[in-house]
Every structure is written in C-alpha cells, then in structure tokens.
Design a protein around this ligand. Structure first.
Ligand code: FAD
Length: 373
C-alpha cells in the first residue's frame, strides 16, 4: 500500500541544503523532506571539514559567504544555544612552486595579510622553515559547528510542521495537473513544488523527474585523522594549507585532520577513500613538516559536487514548472548555507531578495546552463 501525502513542497535530500531550505519555508508552506538513507546528513554534509574561509571560492561563493557570516553569528539562540562559529584562522603556505599563486591570492583576498615564514613556524611549530618561501594568515577563518547547524534547522523545520521521511528514495517524479507527483517505494506525494537538494545525485534526480541535467560533477575528496605529533599541543593551531591545494590540515579535538585536497571526478555513490591517493597526499604534507605521521587513526571520503562554473545552482528551472534546484555547493556548502538557504526560500516565496544579493541571483539560476532558444 502506497502512503499518499499531499504537501506544498517536497524537498529531496536531508543534507544541509535540504534542511536549511525546509527551515526557511516551513512557516509558510507544508513541507515534506524525503531522504533515501535511514538518517539525514549521511553523505557529504556529514563528512565536511567544517571550516569557514571568507577568501575561498569564486566571487559568487564569496558574496554568499560574506552574507552568511553575520547570520552564523546572530543565529537564534533558542535553536542554536552554543555559538556556531569559533575562531580558527588559516595559515596559507607557498613553496617555490606556489609563489605566483600566492601573490594572486594576496592581490584579491580580503582580510589576508602576508607574514614572514618564521612567523608561520611560530604558529605551527612542526613546519619546515626551509621549505616555506611565502606565507599569509587570515585570522577571521572559523570552525563551523556543522552538526548543531544541521540539527537546529531540522528542529526548526519540524517545529513549524515539516515532516522528514527517511529510507524514502525518490524513484520518479512527474509533472501532473499543475503540480508534481513524486514516488518512493512506499509513498506517493503530490506537491506544488519539488526542491532538488539531492547533492551528488542532483542531476540523477532531475533525470528521474524528466528534467534536463545541468552537468553537475561530483568530485571525491578524502580526509585522514592523525595524532598530534608527540610533544605538541595542536588544539589552537590554525588550519594550515598549501596555496596550490596540494593538501590541508585542520586541528580538531587534539588531533590533525589531513586532506590530500584531491578532486577526483566520480559518479554519485557512497564515497570511500582511495588508499593510494590518501598516501600520496599524506606524503606531500609530510614533506612540509619536521615530524613524522606515525599512523592514520581513521579516514573517510565525501563528494563535493560542482556546476561547470563552480557556483551553486539555486532557482526554478525555466523549462520545468515548479522544479527548484538547490545543488552544486561544491566545497563551500556549509559556509554559504545560511545565505543560500534564505535566498532560496525567498525565491520560492517570490519574496524580496536582500539588496546585496540581487546581483547574484542570475549567477545562481539553473537557466544559465541552458542553450538560448
Ligand atoms: C571532504 C569534504 C570537506 C568539506 N569541507 C567543507 C568545509 O570546510 N566548508 C564548507 O563550507 N563545505 C565543505 N564541504 C562541502 C559541504 O560539505 C557540501 O557543500 C555540503 O555538505 C552539500 O550539502 P548537500 O545537502 O547539498 O548534500 P548532501 O549532504 O550530500 O545531501 C544530499 C542528500 O540527498 C539525498 N538524496 C540523493 N538522491 C536522493 C533521492 N533520489 N531520494 C531521496 N534522497 C536522495 C542523499 O542521500 C543526501 O543525504 C566539504 C565536503 C567534503 C566532501
């Protein structure tokens, strides 16, 4: 027997994008969130490095990050009792090969200051001074409490009446009589609007609904947890990275998260680590420090999904009435989530867009990828 549900908005995907959007619209719309896994945030949203770096990503990403920063800081205390951001800082290092890129970064970045290599070593004493040619520091980079953000938004959505169905994989969707019929193995949902927040599967979901794909590309990235080198207390070190993104390291709970920072194009799947890629990344990191990595405690991989121009996709599909895209957040989906969720909510309500974000609406539209005519 199929469960029949009628709603205003069917949100597909319970990662940060899906729950953020649900929280933004649940006070004015009936919302059902459909998640294929048996728990939300199982895929990319549960596997991020949880950092906010203002100078990361293209101009659209930076505008969304800029708009998100105060929203993190002033988030509703009843939903988020603890601060969502905490100070971390980012130390960027250039070896001989990275100098040109580092100068380009310094020329365009905000709040980033060049420092002497010896100052970099004072911040992270395991760095090999002989290998650093240039360095810079961004003090405003913050750790994001991703679990609190996700849970707070889910709580907000539910308390406004939204329903989360887990183990509910959307198998097909069809436009019917001015709305959509979306089916899982056990549900038949009629909704005015379908929101595609399916992460790495967003293009697949579009195809299941008869909507043209955009060309979204999931890219695998892995992380390893290694012990803090003996004799050091790394809890208050900044995140430190190679300017060419050959690796980055984030201190967390007295350990180091090391990422090879790889971008390997893959099909959407439950991502897992490629041991060889991880070993090569750890080796690149190892060459910049004076202490050995003794062992890897655990590792994981996730999929960062990019549109061809590496900006997110948020907006109604011009060729499919009532089909709303919220995908392609790449490696920035956490730090842009407050502004992007609110903006997407306003596009759905057809409400006012904050003045500083009006210009980026066309840059987010799914229609930017459609051939004219
Ligand atoms: C290693 C790594 C490090 C990162 N570090 C950072 C960082 O430091 N800062 C930052 O801002 N961002 C970071 N990111 C990026 C960030 O995690 C993502 O941009 C964000 O999580 C994307 O969220 P999402 O909701 O779109 O995707 P997801 O969390 O993957 O959610 C999509 C959901 O849709 C569900 N779904 C798919 N198809 C269907 C279907 N047919 N039916 C029902 N459900 C379906 C999936 O099961 C999934 O739960 C990182 C990502 C990775 C992998």
């Amino acid at each position: 027997m199929m469960d029949r549900i009628e709603t205003d908005i069917a949100v597909v995907g319970a990662g940060i994008a899906g729950v953020g959007l649900a929280a933004a619209v649940a006070d004015t719309h009936r919302v059902v969130i459909l998640e294929q896994e048996d728990r939300p945030a199982y895929h990319t949203s549960g596997r991020s490095a949880a950092i906010f770096i203002q100078n990361y990503g293209n101009g659209v990403i930076r505008a969304l990050s800029r708009a998100s920063a105060p929203m993190f800081a002033t988030a509703d205390r009843t939903l988020f009792p603890q601060p969502l951001l905490s100070q971390r800082g980012v130390l960027t290092l250039a070896d001989r090969d990275g100098v040109r890129l580092h100068r380009e970064l310094l020329a365009e970045a905000e709040g980033l200051r060049q420092i002497e290599p010896r100052e970099a070593v004072a911040m992270v004493p395991i760095l090999d001074l002989g290998k650093i040619v240039e360095a810079s520091y961004e003090p405003d980079a913050q750790d994001i409490d991703v679990a609190a953000l996700h849970q707070g938004w889910l709580r907000a959505a539910r308390s406004a009446g939204a329903v989360l169905l887990t183990g509910a994989r959307v198998l097909r969707g069809e436009r019917q009589g001015g709305g959509w019929i979306v089916e899982t193995a056990g549900h038949r949902i009629s909704a005015r609007i379908v929101v595609n927040a399916a992460g790495a599967w967003a293009d697949e979901l579009a195809a299941l609904c008869g909507v043209e794909r955009i060309g979204l590309q999931p890219m695998r990235r892995s992380m390893a947890v290694v012990p803090c080198p003996a004799g050091y207390d790394c809890r208050h070190w900044p995140l430190f990275d190679d300017v060419s993104e050959k690796w980055y390291v984030k201190p967390e709970s007295g350990r180091l998260l090391v990422s090879p920072a790889e971008e390997i194009p893959v099909e959407p799947h439950d991502a897992y680590v490629d041991d060889m890629i991880l070993a090569e990344g750890l080796d690149r990191f190892q060459q910049m420090v004076t202490t050995p990595i003794t062992h890897v405690e655990r590792s994981w991989a996730g999929l960062r999904t990019f549109a061809p121009d590496r900006s997110p996709v948020a907006g109604f599909d011009g060729a499919a009435d009532g089909f709303f895209w919220l995908a392609g957040q790449g490696g920035y989906g956490m730090q842009t989530a407050p502004a992007l969720s609110r903006l997407a909510g306003q596009l759905i309500r057809r409400g006012a867009i904050p003045g500083d974000q009006e210009t980026i609406v066309p840059a987010l539209s799914p229609d930017r990828f459609r051939k004219a005519g």
